[in-house]
Design a protein around this ligand. Structure first.
Ligand code: TMP
Length: 204
């Protein structure tokens, strides 16, 4: 059995974790080994890096931020994702290199091609088989986070214009690689979203 690498992308408050769980359940019911991971923070080292990149009180220069995410990614891919794929598992990951292109590229205004290449170097060129973008207007995402009373991290605290650039970047990435991406309206009912994702996966 060959491994499958599926990533979830989208703004904050779009329901990525709920959909990851639903998809994981489906694969488990098919008898597949499912490995959940996330970036930043899918490993012990990653949790330390996550604390820095999301909660440091110090200013972090945009390129340093990009490198911190890339460091987390390099370690997660090498120690968690590649071994799981080699065993034939389905890896379902919350955020991957498209997050860096959207947040550090479009959000922080670094060159998106350089940011992508940094991640490709970090991961020895690993691309997902399938990427789900849960698309949501940033203002709605913010309302959801407010309602959940969540502590805002360094990125979530950015202005709506930042998050609008992030959203637009995801839509551009999806349009450029239609075979890898599926974009789903995150305001739809959770079961409707799940069915849309499964239908697309089955097509493939
Ligand atoms: P989350 O794990 O709660 O989604 O938070 C991770 C935050 O980090 C989120 O605001 C998006 C941001 N992020 C980047 O800016 N670049 C990246 O490469 C990744 C993986 C996440």
């Amino acid at each position: 059995m060959t491994g499958l690498f599926i990533t979830f992308e989208g703004g904050d408050g779009t329901g990525k974790s709920t959909q990851s769980e639903l998809l994981g359940e489906w694969f488990t019911n098919q008898g597949r080994e499912v490995v959940f991971t996330r970036e930043p923070g899918g490993t012990d080292l990653g949790l330390e890096l996550r604390e820095i990149v999301l909660h440091s009180r110090n200013h972090i220069a945009p390129r340093a931020e990009a490198l911190l995410y890339a460091a987390d990614r390099a370690h997660n891919i090498k120690t968690v994702v590649r071994p799981a794929l080699a065993r034939g598992a389905v890896v379902i990951q919350d955020r991957y290199l498209d997050s860096s292109v959207a947040y550090q590229g479009a959000g922080r205004v670094l060159d998106p091609v350089e940011v992508r290449n940094l991640s490709l170097w970090a991961t020895e060129g690993l691309l997902p088989d399938f990427t789900v973008v849960l698309d949501l207007a940033p203002a709605v995402g913010r309302e959801r986070l407010d309602a959940a009373n969540k502590r805002f991290d360094r990125l979530e605290s950015e202005a709506l214009e930042f998050h609008t650039r992030v959203r637009d970047s995801y839509l551009e990435l999806a349009a450029a690689e239609p075979a890898r991406f599926i974009v789903v309206d995150a305001t739809l009912d959770r079961d409707v979203i799940r069915d849309a994702i499964l239908a697309r996966l089955n097509e493939r």
